[in-house]
Design a protein around this ligand. Structure first.
Ligand SMILES: O=C(O)CCC(=O)C(=O)O
Length: 245
């Protein structure tokens, strides 16, 4: 998967055009474009694997819809965290979880995912809201309107030890990113991670055209990820069966 991604262009996330990953190592992060990630060997198969889908469906309480495919590098050596390298939570859908797969070895210095356990639970957030000294409106302004939160704020408000998710290349985990999380700014060692976002609603913020199987772009995606009512439903935003000849 890593070897394939390394042949693809990345988006440096600034004014520069898509380019080779070697040319953007001065950025904090560089993302691969979505169609390149959908076409990544093994990823759609892992995303549709019955074990994965059963775990996700159990957590979401419904058959999931894949809402996103992402893969990106986080580069070491930057002096300041940016964007998702600060604590935040996601609102992609009213029920979500994300499958992360590390494609590099990730230790405490190479940008692990950090998750403040329990913070996806409304009761934990409600408790923090009640305890907030400035009153509930002030809490809402911090929690709901301030996208990025400092480590000190998160520690003071939730008083929970964050889980630091390290592991060798190939490590995968599911996280409900409705909870407070971030990707730690790497100190030494770049991190490559790919991710599948699961939700329960079709995505309505943007128009997505599913990729046809059996084309060069989906040459690494096995046919079995579509073709049953369940898998057609799960994958309907991103993949569809090969067009008849
Ligand atoms: O880079 C990470 O581990 C965090 C990713 C993240 O913030 C997200 O997927 O919402």
């Amino acid at each position: 998967m890593r070897a394939y991604l390394e042949t693809q262009m990345v988006d440096p996330g600034d004014d520069r055009p898509f380019c080779d990953v070697a040319a953007v190592k001065d950025a904090n992060v560089a993302q691969y474009p979505m169609p390149a990630v959908v076409g990544c060997p093994h990823l759609a198969a892992i995303a549709s694997d019955p074990t994965t889908l059963t775990a996700v469906a159990h957590h979401l309480g419904a058959l999931p819809t894949v809402l996103g495919y992402t893969a990106w590098w986080s580069f070491a050596g930057r002096s300041e965290a940016r964007e998702a390298q600060f604590f935040h939570f996601d609102l992609d859908d009213y029920r979500i979880c994300k499958l992360f797969i590390y494609l590099t070895d990730v230790d405490a210095e190479s940008g692990p995912h950090i998750y403040v356990e329990g913070t996806h639970r409304p009761a934990i957030v409600a408790q923090a809201r009640q305890a907030w000294s400035g009153g509930e409106t002030d809490f809402d302004a911090w929690y709901l309107q301030r996208l990025r939160k400092t480590d000190a704020e998160v520690e003071r408000v939730f008083n929970r030890r964050p889980a630091i998710l390290t592991g060798p290349s190939g490590t995968s985990f599911l996280a409900n990113t409705r909870g407070i999380h971030k990707g730690l700014l790497p100190d030494s060692g770049d991190r490559l991670v790919c991710q599948v976002l699961y939700g329960v609603s079709p995505r309505i913020q943007e128009t997505l055209e599913p990729l046809d199987l059996g084309t060069p772009a989906t040459g690494h995606v096995p046919d079995w990820v579509v073709g049953t009512p369940t898998l057609d439903y799960v994958n309907r935003l991103f993949l569809r069966p090969a067009a008849p000849p």
